[in-house]
Design a protein around this ligand. Sequence first.
Ligand code: AMP
Ligand code: ZN
Length: 451
Amino acid sequence: MNVYNSLTRRIEELKPIADNTVRLYTCGPTVYNFAHIGNFRAYAFEDILRRVIQFNGMKIRQVMNLTDVDDKTIRGANAAGVALTDYTKTYKDAFFADLKKLNIQPAEVYPAATDHIPEMIALVEKLMEKGVAYQSDDGSVYFKVREFPGYGKLAHIDFDNQRTGLRCADDEYDKENVGDFALWKAWEPSDGPVGWDSPWGRGRPGWHIECSAMSMKYLGETFDLHTGGIDNLFPHHENEIAQAEAATGKEFVRTWMHCAHLRVNGEKMSKSAGNFFTLRDLLEKGYTGREIRYVLINAHYRSGLNFAFSALDDARKALTRIDACVAQATAGEVPDWAQKHLDDFTAAVNDDLNIPSAFAALFALVRDANGKGAAGTLDVFRRMDEVLGVVFFGNERKNEEIPADVQALLDARAEARKAKNWAESDRLRDEIAAAGWAVKDSKEGQTCTRR
Ligand code: AMP
Ligand code: ZN
């Protein structure tokens, strides 16, 4: 299995350091709001990554943090006048519900930042002892980037042209403003009741220290793989490396992978730009989690993906076509031509997660199975779906959740039938069929399944 390593800027084989287990840290959500589908592009990419690792017979240990204390969560909680933990709980719960809808496999550990303050304080203390951190006049503790020779190796920063005497209290800034960054932020009145006691007084951790402390706690001081969206590369991941390696003197992470952004009309989908859709927005419009997943994974993770509703409509058609073929598929000896498509599929996913090419192999299988007969292809579909997670087999089809727009048509049809308006009932049946669903009537009422 080969992947592109952002650190070396080369395609490399992914081989676990120990126990045939890939130890993976994935930067998770800041739980101050519902995640948007740009965020879910990153989580879907990471899901594909963990599935391909397992597809290749390796084991996985994935840690995804929940950032439940930072400027945004504190601002939200204080504005709403509720405790920080109550405020973030709503969005944590929503996040896990959304992951399920998108058929994203759960990580092995979801550590929350607020449960790991002692670990973060211990790491900052270590950096103080090593002389790479200092407390400034404002009471906050900063990492001295000049004292860590490897600073800039991930983002490939040219230090000589940087004004690195600066300090930056914000968690996010751009490469032009490289400076000492905050490890521990002194309490301010706007923090309200949020704060923890530390050797440097009351305050709270910076965002970057959170990921270094929690990743090393659950995965060891040196581990295999660390990922996030491309916006995480600098300064977040650069700072994670600096904190961890300055503290341990060891290599922090072997391989770094970053996915490109989901865009809308050419711009990054983000809450600050206001051009975002949450998963809920799309579900309310009648799209299913499966269709949204299809769109999110069906572009190479290192290429930009422009969001458009037409892509969701295309996904519906493509999935209907796959389902129809899989419904004919049987187990048994795999024909040579089907095996060839599986080999192409395997080569594609192992070539830096080339999912568009993997889908091409799946559709080649569908085309041939439709022409030559689908006997013996079921296991090939199943094997491919270990990675893709979008195909329905037998029972799953029956249990598929009915989208909101189809449900509305079903409700209207139930009313029409109660009123014995058979013409309207038939018209609604056709409309439901056009949306890809079949409705049957019995004494118990209507049952509706994917066509
Ligand atoms: P945040 O909650 O902003 O910390 O982001 C959580 C994850 O989503 C990070 O890995 C980000 O890099 C990623 N992310 C944010 N916006 C986008 C986007 N428009 N496209 C892809 N990934 C994104
Ligand atoms: Zn992180």
